[in-house]
Design a protein. Structure first.
Length: 178
């Protein structure tokens, strides 16, 4: 009888262990699905917001705000991934624009820098580069637009903001005399 009980206990222990492993595996798969769904849901949200015309940097700010407001690790990771993708896009535009400029292809650089302005890039790089390019080509209305855009949407470096305000004043004064 002890032999039979021993076999029963062994079999029960083995079954319990297998059940626990299956449960862990199921839980792991469930978490992966949840993680995938979170990433997909966040990506779809970004896509929908983008299609409605929301600038990338506005989306980036919203994603970063959401990171701080959730306790769900998977959702936090999804927000961070989406924010990183946005950063990659705007930074690569600036880097590629720099390359185009050094290759002498200002028209392609302008397209990339203007895209960052449209997406309300926070840094000064595309604003400064466009201001310089447009000034060189005497496109003063564009210079004013770029400077005003930085004042409205840039990081607001006080010195650069003051510089841009002075440039706008000078160009408007010059155009009123012409």
């Amino acid at each position: 009888m002890t032999r039979w009980l021993s076999k029963l206990f062994k079999k029960t222990a083995q079954s319990t262990q297998e059940l626990a492993e299956q449960k862990t595996e199921t839980s792991s798969v469930s978490n992966e699905i949840k993680k995938y769904d979170s990433k997909e849901n966040v990506a779809e949200w970004v896509k929908a917001q983008r299609a409605s015309g929301i600038p990338l940097m506005e989306l980036w700010r919203e994603l970063m705000k959401n990171v701080g407001q959730t306790d769900e690790l998977e959702l936090m990771e999804a927000y961070m991934m989406a924010a990183q993708e946005i950063e990659d896009v705007v930074v690569s535009r600036n880097l590629n624009g720099k390359e185009y400029e050094s290759d002498g292809d200002e028209s392609k650089a302008i397209i990339l820098y203007e895209a960052n302005l449209k997406d309300r890039f926070d840094g000064s790089h595309p604003y400064e580069r466009l201001r310089i390019i447009y000034s060189r080509h005497k496109r003063y209305e564009d210079v004013i637009r770029i400077c005003q855009s930085y004042i409205d949407y840039g990081q607001h470096d006080p010195k650069l903001k003051t510089k841009y305000e002075e440039i706008i004043d000078k160009l408007r004064e010059k155009s009123s005399r012409d």
